[in-house]
Write a protein that binds this ligand. Structure first.
Ligand code: TMP
Length: 250
């Protein structure tokens, strides 16, 4: 078996051509039309790709943290695209048609919420905030409201209802999980996709690249904010998150 082959559910999956390269991941076709092969790169970007750097080992942390979180969400009955981890940096996922929306949930004020509304950071938001952004690199992922998403036929009302309900389910599950390892889940971004039959499932990655995580003991960031704010080596926090989750999620 070579590096570009793996056995999954008794079937030999062979990595095929590159289908898409994002800012931190490569997506490959496979011999199975319903399965894609994701490779997590060591690259980290901020400001929608305008600032870039490589951190050896970062792809590994994101891959394994994502694996642990998706496995945990499976136990909570949340439908998602993740199938299995296949190496330190790679995983297999179900093919979906990605809905071009980023769904952000905020439990505390941070990032754009602070700059947009001129509020103090780490203010508890009750009720939690849900926001949509339109996934478009040339437009820098602009904020989008529900009626804009409906009018532009990006998603139907029923799909939006499902997406927001699933984001709440994920939020409830992850707030609890991270609290158990003494981490506060400040905010995070999710993406969703459609299966061939139209079912909406959770897609993309869930890692410290896509969440803000704060250590409850020290107040330190354990996520990409360390890179965004040039506060040192982000891998220290990522490794800490991985170790705590590994201990906890069996
Ligand atoms: P924001 O405060 O920059 O809007 O980010 C909110 C959360 O969403 C934060 O956890 C980072 C995550 N996020 C992404 O993963 N990708 C993105 O493109 C954006 C804008 C935010």
């Amino acid at each position: 078996m070579s590096d570009n082959q793996v056995v999954y559910n008794g079937e030999t999956i062979t990595r095929g051509p590159l289908a898409y390269e994002g800012k931190a991941k490569q997506v490959f076709e496979t011999n199975d039309p319903d399965i894609l092969w994701l490779h997590y790169m060591d690259q980290v970007t901020a400001l929608n790709g305008k600032v870039k750097e490589d951190f050896a080992g970062k792809g590994h942390f994101n891959n394994i943290i994502s694996d642990l979180i998706f496995a945990y969400l499976s136990h909570q009955g949340i439908a998602h695209h993740w199938l299995t981890e296949i190496s330190e940096t790679d995983q297999l996922v179900r093919r979906v048609e990605i809905i071009p929306l980023e769904v952000v949930t905020r439990n505390y004020s941070a990032g754009h919420f602070v700059s947009r509304f001129d509020v103090k950071p780490m203010m508890q938001l009750s009720p939690r905030v849900q926001e949509l952004y339109y996934k478009s690199d040339p437009l820098d992922d602009p904020f989008m409201n529900n009626s804009q998403a409906l009018s532009l036929k990006i998603a139907s009302q029923d799909e939006l209802d499902q997406v927001f309900a699933m984001a709440d389910q994920v939020n409830n599950a992850l707030v609890k999980l991270f609290d158990e390892v003494k981490i506060t889940l400040v905010d995070f971004k999710l993406e969703f996709g459609r299966l061939k039959d139209g079912q909406i499932i959770l897609a993309d990655e869930i890692s410290p690249d896509t969440m803000r995580l704060v250590d409850q003991a020290t107040g330190k960031s354990l996520d990409k904010d360390v890179f965004r704010k040039k506060e040192g080596d982000l891998r220290v926090g990522y490794e800490d998150v991985l170790n705590r989750l590994r201990e906890h999620v069996k």
